[in-house]
Design a protein around this ligand. Structure first.
Ligand code: HEM
Length: 131
């Protein structure tokens, strides 16, 4: 039997993708354009892609780093480096949406109830949580 995250209000990848896609759709409406290519990726197709992504030189989610402290969540919650809160100039995520993303990262970025987690697929060298 593989380890499963706790049942109940576990967040899975489709919900995280929905939050992020919706955020960038609102950003595009507000700004009236697509985001510039070449800065960093703005859309993620899988937990593995997000788990291994480096945005403008900063690793978005590092194995073993609590969700709230990852550069990914910090960028969406306040500011990242000297650049400001993401997505730049808003709109931004609300607290509930941020909490959902944090819980998902802390649960190991599961794609679905039955799949391996994104963090176990990422180039992680640390042991399993609690080991
Ligand atoms: C490690 C986390 C992140 C870093 C280091 C980062 C870095 C940057 C940098 C350097 C810029 C360009 C700033 C400028 O032109 O002055 C930028 C722009 C932007 N970022 Fe991020 N970012 C991060 C996360 C995110 C996330 C999670 C999103 C959205 C879900 C996002 C959406 C955007 C958008 C929409 C822009 C503006 C693009 C445009 O004007 O066309 N960023 N980011």
């Amino acid at each position: 039997m593989s380890e499963q995250p706790a049942e109940g209000n576990t967040v899975y990848w489709p919900r995280v993708k929905e939050i992020l896609d919706d955020l960038m759709a609102r950003w595009e409406v507000k700004r009236g354009r697509r985001p510039l290519p070449g800065i960093h990726r703005y859309y993620w197709e899988s937990p593995e892609q997000l788990a291994n992504d480096v945005l403008s030189g900063i690793r978005a989610i590092e194995p073993g780093v609590p969700g709230r402290e990852t550069a990914f969540v910090r960028s969406l919650a306040r500011t990242i480096g000297t650049w400001g809160k993401m997505p730049l100039r808003g709109p931004f995520l609300n607290e509930e949406e941020l909490d959902e993303i944090v819980s998902w990262i802390d649960a190991g970025m599961p794609e679905s109830p039955s799949s391996p987690t994104g963090q176990s697929i990422a180039d992680s060298t640390h042991g399993a949580p609690g080991s």
